[in-house]
Write a new protein. Structure first.
Length: 321
């Protein structure tokens, strides 16, 4: 999902020099009286050095404006901070009911849910960096490999890669016990609203997100037997949009890897656990749509590290964008 960007700076064309010219030729191309020859001798290397330094500075500024997290992507926590990845919230003594939702790439979904949690007029009463709970990870399967479920990597344990184990990308949020229904309804409403209405059904936010790793699913305690939550899902899935359609809700008690168009798998989160994603995937840039504001990335990402809210999971880490 990530791509490399190379910035190429051309020195000769920028300063009007031909291929055989040098910086000295450019700055001292005019004839000067001989009495200045000694002064020129000392000025040449100084000016060349200053020009080179200026070019490096401009290049660095451009890079960090385009990719602000490049200078600080290195994880801040120590190895001793690593916790069991199944401890998905990483919030000490946080009380509440955990649910998870997935429909395509988890970066875009986390951004929406964080904004929902931090809305001062919303049902989460304006949570802040100390209390937000939306974290990306993997769910939809009972399997792990030695306690790990990881993103794609080139390490020595490909057996722990999430889609190989049957998981899909998702985001977990913890609901307050005194406001469960309003908070869950807000999440589900946002979930369904993120799909794009088509004549034959609803498409994920990024139409390129296809396959079992991106299948649409919702995990709630008890699954479809949780009438309190399941009824909210059905209500928010009422026919809607330009074509007045709804989505198929499928009870999944086995961990299906089938990615079915216009369908949402409803799963029991007590049986199918959520595995928190790697540190570098949290509060991440998205590769379609507009650029996220700096309060989110990198500021919130760095703050959550300082608070030890997103420690490493034990999976290989990568570059944060």
């Amino acid at each position: 999902m990530a791509s490399n960007t190379l910035l190429k700076l051309s020195s000769s064309s920028s300063f009007g020099l031909n291929s055989s010219s040098s910086f000295e030729d450019y700055y001292f191309q005019r004839d000067t009286p001989s009495r200045f020859s000694t002064l020129q001798k000392h000025k040449k290397p100084l000016i060349v050095g200053l020009v080179f330094l200026a070019l490096c500075t401009v290049g660095a500024v451009v890079m960090f404006q385009l990719f602000p997290a490049l200078s600080t992507y290195k994880p801040r926590n120590n190895a001793s901070d690593v916790v069991d990845p199944s401890n998905s919230s990483a919030i000490p003594n946080r009380k509440g009911i955990a649910v998870w939702l997935g429909n395509g790439c988890f970066w875009e979904r986390q951004y929406d849910y964080v904004n929902l949690e931090m809305d001062p007029d919303g049902p989460f009463a304006g949570r802040d960096e100390n209390t937000i709970t939306a974290l990306v990870g993997y769910s939809g399967s009972k399997k792990d490999h030695k306690g790990l479920v990881c993103y794609h990597h080139s390490g020595s344990n490909p057996e722990n890669i999430y889609d190989t184990l049957g998981h899909a990308e998702s985001v977990q949020i913890i609901l307050d016990e005194n406001n469960l229904e309003k908070q869950f309804r807000a999440l589900v409403k946002n979930f369904f609203a993120s799909f794009k209405a088509k004549s034959d059904g609803f498409q994920r936010p990024d139409p390129g997100d296809r396959g079992s790793a991106y299948r649409s699913l919702i995990g709630i305690p008890g699954g479809v037997k949780n009438e309190r939550f399941y009824n909210i899902i059905k209500e928010e899935n009422a026919p809607r949009g330009k074509y007045n359609l709804d989505m198929e809700l499928i009870e999944d008690g086995t961990g299906s890897k089938n990615d079915k168009y216009n369908a949402v798998y409803i799963m029991d989160s007590d049986i199918f656990p959520f595995y928190r994603g790697e540190q570098y995937h949290q509060i991440h840039s998205n590769f379609f749509g507009g650029r996220y504001p700096t309060w989110y990335n990198p500021d919130l990402w760095l703050t959550l590290q300082d608070l030890n809210r997103i420690p490493e999971t034990g999976c290989p880490e990568g570059r944060h964008w």
